[in-house]
Design a binder for this molecule. Sequence first.
Ligand SMILES: [Zn+2]
Length: 143
Amino acid sequence: MKKVSKKGIKGIAKSTLFLILEISKSSYPNEFSGLLKEKDGIINEVILIPGTYSSTKGALMNFYNLPIGIRTIGTVHSHPSRIYAPSDTDLVLFRKKGSVHIITSYPYDTRSWQSYNSNGEEITISVIDIEFDEPEYRDDKEW
Ligand SMILES: [Zn+2]
């Protein structure tokens, strides 16, 4: 029985998961890493970190390049192998940064990813088919 997220994360938007898998695929054989944002308990945004050092040896996040004031709930990164288990370095990062962490692995299909809590234990989050309202966008009629 897998654990569920303690911080009330219900799931991840399908489009966000697909985007993560897409970026993982296009970064291969390098890793990519980013931060996760949520809305109403659903992960709906991935922030790519500028200045992320990426090589086949691993992705190193440079959090100092992050704009101040961005609230994130966890991290995401890809592995250029079929193993999505967290490395020792990953576990250190998980403890520092948020409560939900996603690792994707080759071949980056809908089954090659896993989410973890800050202790590196596997957690289950649902994939939710949802459309989010974009407050930045307005219909012409409103103007
Ligand atoms: Zn890793």
